[in-house]
Design a binder for this molecule. Structure first.
Ligand SMILES: N[C@@H](CCC(=O)N[C@@H](CS)C(=O)NCC(=O)O)C(=O)O
Length: 237
C-alpha cells in the first residue's frame, strides 16, 4: 500500500464507489471522510460544486471520479485503467461516459422516484449525512429537492416505465458486449468496467435489481468483479 490520501465520500454514491475501486486497484491507501451535514462547507471549499468524491493528497485537490481515475492512472501506471492503444482507449472512455451519465441518470430516478425505494433511499443517504432528530427533515428536504430536479427534466414517477425500458436496453447491450469476453475490453478490467460496475451495484441496492434477472452473464460479470480482492476491499472500505 502507498502513502495515505483523504477521500471525501458518501456510502450510497456510485461515483465514490468508482473512486474507491480505482484507488484499491492501484494499491493507494486512503482514509475516507464522510461528508456529514457539518462537513458540507469543508467540502465546498475543496469542490465549489459541493459534490463527492474529492481526493486530497499533499495539498493537491482532485475533485470528480473521472479526474481521480486519470490522476491515479498517471501516477501509478500498474495496473492500467485506461488503455494506451487508441481504439481501446476510445472505447473505454466512451463506456465511462455512458455509465456516468446515462446509467447514473436512470438509477438515480429509480432510487428517488420509485415509492417502493423510498425507505431504502432515505436510510442509505441520510444515515451518512446526519443522525438524530434532524434526520427525517434532512431526508425529506433532500428527497424533495432531487424529485423536483427530475420533474424539471420531465421525469416523474409516472415515467418510470420508460426509464425501466431504457435500462433493459442498456443491460441487453452489456450482455451482448460480455458474450465472448470476461471484461468489457477483453481479458482484464479497465475503467469501463469500474464505472459501469459502480452504477449497476448502486442499482442492486434498490428494487430495480430485479432487472438483472434477465441478463445472467451481466450478473456473472458483476460477481466476478465484486469477488476480485481489490474490488472486494473497496466495497467493504
Ligand atoms: N461527475 C461527478 C459526479 C459526482 C456526483 O454527482 N456526486 C453526487 C453523489 S453521487 C453528489 O455529490 N451530489 C451532491 C449534489 O449534487 O449536491 C463525478 O464523476 O465525480
Amino acid at each position: 500500500m502507498r502513502e495515505e490520501h483523504l477521500l471525501y465520500d458518501l456510502r450510497d454514491s456510485p461515483f465514490c464507489m468508482k473512486a474507491r475501486i480505482c484507488l484499491h486497484l492501484k494499491g493507494v491507501s486512503y482514509r475516507t471522510v464522510t461528508v456529514t451535514a457539518r462537513r458540507y462547507r469543508e467540502l465546498r471549499r475543496l469542490n465549489p460544486l459541493g459534490k463527492v468524491p474529492v481526493l486530497v493528497h499533499d495539498g493537491e485537490v482532485i475533485a470528480d471520479s473521472s479526474s481521480i481515475a486519470r490522476w491515479a492512472d498517471t501516477r501509478y501506471p500498474d495496473p492500467v485503467l485506461i488503455p494506451d492503444q487508441p481504439e481501446a482507449r476510445a472505447y473505454c472512455l466512451l463506456m465511462e461516459e455512458w455509465a456516468d451519465e446515462a446509467l447514473y441518470f436512470i438509477v438515480g430516478a429509480f432510487k428517488w422516484l420509485n415509492p417502493v425505494n423510498r425507505n431504502a433511499a432515505l436510510t442509505n443517504t441520510v444515515t451518512d449525512i446526519t443522525t438524530g432528530a434532524l434526520a427525517p427533515l434532512v431526508g425529506w428536504t433532500l428527497a424533495r429537492r432531487i424529485r423536483r430536479r427530475y420533474a424539471a427534466w420531465g421525469y416523474t414517477p409516472a415515467r418510470l416505465d420508460a426509464l425501466e425500458a431504457r435500462m433493459r436496453q442498456n443491460l441487453e447491450v452489456l450482455a451482448a458486449l460480455l458474450a465472448d469476453r470476461p471484461f468489457l475490453l477483453g481479458r482484464s478490467a479497465s475503467l469501463a468496467d469500474v464505472a459501469t460496475f459502480a452504477q449497476l451495484s448502486w442499482m442492486r441496492r434498490y428494487a430495480e435489481a430485479r432487472l438483472l434477472d434477465d441478463v445472467p452473464n451481466v450478473v456473472d460479470w458483476l460477481d466476478r468483479l465484486a469477488s476480485s480482492p481489490p474490488v472486494a476491499a473497496a466495497l467493504s472500505a
